[in-house]
Ligand binder design. Structure first.
Ligand code: ADP
Ligand code: MG
Length: 389
């Protein structure tokens, strides 16, 4: 099958689209990335997405659901074109959507018990209508319904792609939020551990946006951070956040580390007269240490670390992380055959393929779900075209 994966993470930088050729059954898959294209959100759209995530009205959310459906559909069609294919040559789309809210901590709601919720926008009906391709979306809800956190879901694909017979590996994704996956050597799915380690690009991007009065949305290459000096007191304060002491399973997002968190840091930095460069340097070290210290929850037999996500392009962050993990070898995913920026989109292509073939791809030991589930909702493509034929 040719499957197209669509992803926009908590960074809300834009939609990544990967076309993947997938063969195989069960948990034995062969994959080949055929094409990849990122479609950045225009700045006003990104602002609307971030505003909606923090304080959107029902009307905003409702409208964005359709609007992002259109944007995801265009991102898909663009990636198909870049790959040199036509839409009818794509059998299936797996679209993660844009998370605007994620509440993994249960809220007690008698008489129903504990309720968890998550919301990804980007209407799959619009994607299926514009592309004509059967689209699977809303991957997290079924795991939540089964008592899990609905996240993280990519560890299954880390296992499919990076498991090794003799070496235990740790995969770290430097997205808006950072997460890690522990892949034991030659072990089954239920021995995998994975969880969010805390904020990552979301924090750095948020600071850059505030410090530049909205003119810059990232510290490109980590160049500003590279010029700064780490402030030990602010660093200690950041690392004292209760999220880091919480044991897995755990996942997080803008609800904990969004604007309110960023504004608190900015106030503290101003009080201590930190330069912009010092503040970013401190936050890069904070992210690196929070990831390195998260190893306390996993076994210590790791041979190597595989890095993915847009944060790999932040040289200061990667240097800090490499130092924090020393002497473990740290390798970007590109060395393992998949471009860092493409992995998450690639992952949702694989997850869609598994759902289509009736293979459960949540890992209950990771998400906390009571049992394995089939992920996602299926919206048929044009004319109910059978993707099996
Ligand atoms: N050249 C770069 N220099 C520094 N940071 C970058 C660069 N390219 C991407 N990034 C960071 O990566 C983020 C996007 O990473 P991504 O993996 O898409 O995260 P998410 O899954 O949260 O959307 C950007 O918002 C930015 O912070
Ligand atoms: Mg992104």
């Amino acid at each position: 099958m040719n499957v197209l994966g669509l992803m926009s993470g908590t960074s809300a930088d834009g939609v990544d689209a990967a076309v993947v050729e997938i063969h195989g059954t069960g948990h034995r898959l062969r994959t080949r990335l055929k094409g990849f294209a990122s479609s950045a959100y225009p700045s006003p759209l990104r602002d609307r997405v971030l505003r909606a995530a923090e304080s959107g009205t029902v009307a905003d959310i409702c409208h964005l659901h359709s609007l992002l459906g259109e944007f995801f559909a265009r991102a898909a069609l663009r990636a198909i074109k870049v790959t040199g294919l036509a839409p009818h040559q794509i059998d299936l789309i797996g679209s993660h959507g844009q998370t605007v809210h994620h509440r993994p901590r249960p809220v007690s709601e008698p008489p129903f018990g504990k309720i968890r919720s998550t919301l990804q926008l980007g209407n799959a009906a619009v994607i299926a209508e514009r592309t004509g391709i059967t689209t699977i979306s809303d991957f997290r809800s079924r795991d939540l319904a089964a008592g899990g956190e609905g996240a993280p879901l990519t560890p299954y694909v880390h296992w499919i792609q990076f498991r090794h017979r003799f070496r235990a590996r740790m995969v770290v994704n430097l997205g808006g939020i950072a997460n890690l996956t522990y892949l034991p050597a030659a072990r089954s799915l239920d021995k995998i551990q994975a969880f969010d380690t805390g904020p990552c690009n979301m924090l750095l991007d948020g600071l850059m946006t505030a410090l530049s009065n909205g003119t810059q949305h990232m510290d490109r290459g980590g160049r500003l951070a590279q010029r700064g000096r780490v402030h030990p007191k602010l660093l200690a304060h950041l690392l004292a956040h209760p999220f880091f002491a919480q044991s897995p399973p755990k996942s997080t997002g803008r609800e904990q580390f969004g604007q309110a968190f960023i504004q608190t840091i900015l106030r503290r930095a101003r009080r201590r007269s930190l330069t912009d460069a010092d503040l970013l340097a401190t936050c890069c070290r904070f992210i690196a240490i929070s990831i390195a210290e998260a190893r306390r929850w996993i076994p210590s037999d790791i041979h190597e670390v595989i890095l993915g996500g847009g944060g790999v392009f932040n040289g200061t962050l990667v240097a800090e992380l490499t130092q924090a993990l020393h002497p473990l070898p740290v390798q970007p995913m590109d060395q393992h055959g998949i471009p860092c920026k493409a992995f998450e989109a690639f992952a949702f292509a694989v997850l869609a393929y598994q759902t289509w073939h009736g293979v459960c791809a949540n890992i209950p030991a990771v998400t906390g779900a009571r049992h394995p589930v089939l992920l996602g909702n299926i919206v048929p493509g044009r004319g109910g075209r059978s993707v099996c034929s």
